[in-house]
Design a protein around this ligand. Structure first.
Ligand code: VGL
Ligand code: ZN
Length: 199
C-alpha cells in the first residue's frame, strides 16, 4: 500500500500479480512484440517479491486451436501464434514463474477471440474467492491482452496497478501502446513501475 507522496508499492494480503501472455511466440516467435524480452527481468523480480510474501502469481496464456479465427488463414489479423500445446505457447525462455503459479489459459475456442484474461475463464470469481482485491499487472501486449485484461479487471471492481516498464506493445499503428496505457489510466488503473514494487 502507498501513502501520499510515496510511490513505493509493498505487496500485501489481498494483492495478486498477473503476468499476461509472456509466451514464446510473443517474445521470439511468430508474433514477436518489439522489446518483449525487456519485460522478463522486471517481471521475474516482481514475481519473486510476491512469492516471498506467499502472495498469488497468475500467468495467463493465449491458448489457441490451430484453426483460430484470429489467424490469417482464417481471415484474421494475426499470423498463427500460441497454438495450444506447441512450444511457442509455453512460457517465454527466461521467465521464472514461482512454484504454485496459477496458469490461466484463454481464447481456446476456434470461433472466438478473447484478449482479456477475464473472458470465459472464471478468473474474477476465483480471485474474489481468494480474497484478492488488487492486481498488479505486466506482460504482453500492452495494446491487446494487457489493455483488455486491465479494463475488465477495473470493471470487475479490482484495484489495478499496471507496471508500465514491464509491458510492451505490438504498435500496429505507432502510439497504440501509449494510447492503451492512457486508456487504462482513464479507466481507473494506476500506472506504476516495476521498480516501485518492494523486493
Ligand atoms: C495478443 C494479439 C493476438 C496478446 C494475443 O496477448 O496481446 N495479441 N493474440
Ligand atoms: Zn492470440
Amino acid at each position: 500500500m502507498t501513502s501520499p507522496g510515496d510511490d513505493r508499492l509493498v505487496p500485501g494480503p489481498g494483492d495478486a500479480l498477473v503476468i499476461v501472455d509472456v509466451q514464446g511466440d510473443f517474445v521470439t516467435g511468430t508474433l514477436a512484440v518489439p522489446g518483449a524480452a525487456d519485460v522478463i527481468a522486471p517481471l521475474n523480480r516482481v514475481a519473486a517479491a510476491f512469492a516471498a510474501r506467499g502472495l498469488p502469481v497468475i500467468a495467463t496464456r493465449d491458448w489457441h486451436p490451430d484453426d483460430h479465427v484470429s489467424f490469417h488463414d482464417q481471415g484474421g489479423p494475426w499470423p498463427p501464434h500460441c497454438v495450444a500445446g506447441t512450444p511457442g505457447a509455453e512460457s517465454a525462455a527466461g521467465l521464472e514463474l514461482p512454484a504454485g503459479t496459477t496458469i490461466v489459459e484463454k481464447a481456446g475456442t476456434a470461433a472466438m477471440d478473447a484478449y482479456s484474461a477475464f473472458q470465459g475463464t472464471g478468473l474474477a470469481g476465483d480471485l474474489r474467492a481468494g480474497g484478492i482485491h488488487r492486481l498488479v499487472v505486466g506482460g504482453l501486449a500492452t495494446d491487446y491482452c494487457v489493455l483488455e485484461t486491465v479494463t475488465d479487471a477495473v470493471a470487475a471492481g479490482f484495484d489495478v496497478v499496471v507496471l508500465a516498464d514491464a509491458v510492451r506493445a505490438v504498435d500496429v499503428e505507432p502510439g497504440d501502446g501509449d494510447r492503451a496505457l492512457e486508456a487504462m489510466r482513464r479507466a481507473g488503473a494506476r500506472i506504476a513501475s516495476a521498480g516501485d514494487v518492494a523486493a
